[in-house]
Design a protein around this ligand. Structure first.
Ligand code: TRP
Ligand code: SF4
Length: 330
């Protein structure tokens, strides 16, 4: 057997509920492509969810299941990539602890997401040791597998930068064990939710990957459009229309250009335009629905896939931790 020369990728998501169209357009499509080229680890970040949801810890396990089903249905293939639950690979906790000894407090206090989330999210207690350490836990996810690169959106870029700083400090202190991971910056298209604001689960305006065709239709038909189009004969501007953000992510370019032209010349009406994106979404999500039906019928299949992924992740994690303990002289 020839040695595996592929580079390693790691990415993750917090299991906070079912995934929506933003997750497909912003992450999963890309992850699915990467699994053919790289050795990919995809982590369901149970403890990251716990850092903001500890009062609600009982929902995390069922959310992990939801996320796994969404990933598998979207086309992540357990034959090609390792899909695992962070909390089932206890080595992450050990590495997090060791890293926390060498990470200077100010590095964490100045992470932009730390203060922003504390200010924005008022209904949760984010004033904890665990939440401050969130990026250290993320660094442990990444370097545990000696990832060469991490595909993330702009919002996570500071965490990967911090991971590189932690790696440099660790390597200087204990010896060269970890590579510095690169960021593969994934463009996250801004999708509007049903109320025109940014699509997000917490705003209650999301279209979920698992929504059946009728629900997709019911959610999109009443959406507000460009306010210039009061009447069918008024021309509009797609760039000012929340619905068109969905076209950008799900309708092929040529068809989209036709529609944009139709909107600007009042050649098509908003109903017709919405019908196009509804059909495109229903079609795009059809393979997903098929795969999903099977996983819902056989939940054990999903837990088995996860267990298999946990085992593979653990194997790699154990090797890394042996090196780490040796480097520390333990
Ligand atoms: N913090 C990431 C987010 O909120 C999720 C995550 C956990 C992650 N571990 C990771 C992302 C490792 C990339 C690499 O989206
Ligand atoms: Fe939006 Fe389409 Fe109506 Fe133009 S025609 S305003 S893009 S819904």
């Amino acid at each position: 057997m020839s040695p595996d020369v592929r580079k390693t990728i790691l990415s993750g998501m917090r299991p906070t509920g079912p995934l929506h169209l933003g997750h497909i357009a912003g992450a999963l499509r890309n992850w699915i492509k990467l699994q053919d080229v790289y050795r990919c680890y995809y982590s369901i970040a149970s403890w990251h969810a716990l850092s903001s949801e500890y009062m609600n810890s009982k929902v995390i396990k069922s959310n992990e299941f939801e996320v796994a089903v969404d990933w598998l249905s979207a086309g992540l293939d357990p034959e090609k990539c390792v899909i695992f639950r962070q909390s089932e690979v206890k080595e992450h906790a050990e590495l997090h602890l060791i890293l926390s000894m060498v990470v200077p407090l100010p590095w964490l206090e100045r992470v932009p997401t730390f203060k922003e989330m504390q200010q924005e999210i008022r209904d949760k207690d984010l004033n904890t040791y665990g939440f401050l350490g969130y990026p250290v836990l993320q660094a442990s996810d990444i370097i545990m597998y000696k990832a060469d690169a991490v595909p993330v959106g702009e919002d996570q870029a500071a965490h990967i930068e911090l991971t590189r700083e932690i790696v440099r400090r660790f390597n200087r202190t204990f010896g060269e064990i970890f590579p510095e991971p690169q960021t593969i910056l994934t463009e996250i298209p801004r999708l509007a939710g049903t109320d025109g604001r940014k699509m997000s689960k917490s705003l209650g305006n999301a279209i979920y990957i698992k929504d059946p065709p009728e629900v997709i239709r019911e959610k999109i038909l009443p959406m507000k459009t460009d306010t210039r189009r009061m009447r069918r004969t008024d021309p509009g501007e797609p760039n000012d229309c929340p619905v068109f953000t969905l076209h950008r992510a799900f309708v092929p370019q040529a068809r989209r250009d036709e529609i944009a032209h139709g909107c600007r010349t009042a050649g098509i009406g908003c109903r017709e335009c919405k019908a196009v994106v509804i059909d495109a979404l229903i079609e795009a999500l059809a393979p997903y629905r098929e795969r999903r039906a099977r996983f819902e019928r056989e939940p054990k299949l999903v837990w088995d896939i996860l267990e298999d992924g946990n085992t593979k992740a653990r194997e790699a994690a154990r090797k890394t931790m042996d090196e780490v303990r040796a480097a520390l002289g333990f």
